[in-house]
Design a protein around this ligand. Structure first.
Ligand code: NI
Ligand code: MN
Length: 249
């Protein structure tokens, strides 16, 4: 783990939520990383962000279309480089993303982004499934689902849990990375709901937690209010973002 830069000596990073599980992180050096891009098909993504502008890197937690639906399009339009699990990376290749633009990885591994002055992508555990529908309409097994820890130039860490249930080893994400920010699903049905997500916060102990993956479909019934009340008096800052909103950290 890199030592963190003193607060006063660094520029701010920014995280913007585009609805569902789509997050754009802008690093202090202005690199733009999109996690789980789902833009024009995403009923929660404001129209003006269907084209989010220049993207440098794409990180995918799994192949379901609500997490990867805009990956190929962004890779082609902006020559953005994709980080994904091995099986998913191969499928993106068969959908036309050049091999030179994809870094296949797997859980537990860290990729240092070479030309970036210190950005790192670590794929972490998640308990979920993963499949990917290629452009020819066929659905393929896409390896295992994961979460991601994004390490910024300053040493700040942002954890995006992807789709997952609560699991005890989330405590290691705290011990190893001490995330400044965590995006956690709270919608239930396909992922953990508010109660489980509140337990997850107690294990991960992030500086800031942002609830995501709720309200997009009727079955995603968990709400930020239920999440806050499940947190009771646990000391953490909850930032609830409407799609399109962002904050600095
Ligand atoms: Ni999923
Ligand atoms: Mn999902």
């Amino acid at each position: 783990m890199k030592p963190k830069v003193r607060e006063a000596d660094r520029l701010a990073c920014n995280a913007q939520y585009l609805g569902h599980a789509t997050v754009i992180v802008t690093s202090e050096n202005g690199r733009r990383i999109i996690i789980d891009p789902w833009l024009s098909g995403n009923p929660r993504c404001p129209k003006k962000f269907h084209d989010p502008g220049k993207i440098d890197y794409i990180v995918l937690t799994h192949g379901h279309s609500d997490h990867s639906g805009s990956a190929v399009e962004l890779a082609q339009k902006y020559s953005a480089h994709i980080f994904a699990t091995y099986e998913l990376a191969l499928l993106l290749g068969s959908d036309g993303v050049p091999e030179s633009q994809v870094t296949p990885m797997n859980k537990g591994g860290t990729a240092v982004i070479p030309e970036s002055s210190g950005l790192m992508v670590t794929l972490t555990q998640a308990f979920h499934s993963s499949s990917y529908k290629t452009a020819d309409g066929q659905t393929h097994y896409a390896g295992e689902a994961c979460g991601v820890v994004l390490t910024l130039e300053s040493g700040q860490n942002l954890y995006h849990a992807g789709d997952t249930l609560l699991f005890g080893d989330m405590k290691f994400i705290h011990e190893l990375y001490r995330p400044d920010v965590a995006f956690l699903p709270i919608g239930s049905h396909f992922t953990m709901g508010p109660e489980q997500a509140a337990k997850a916060v107690q294990l991960i102990r992030p500086g800031i937690v942002v609830p995501m993956h709720y309200g997009t479909f009727d079955v995603l019934t968990g709400t930020p209010e239920e999440f806050r009340s499940a947190l009771k008096d646990f000391q953490t800052q909850v930032i609830e973002l409407a799609p399109g909103e962002d904050f600095e950290f």
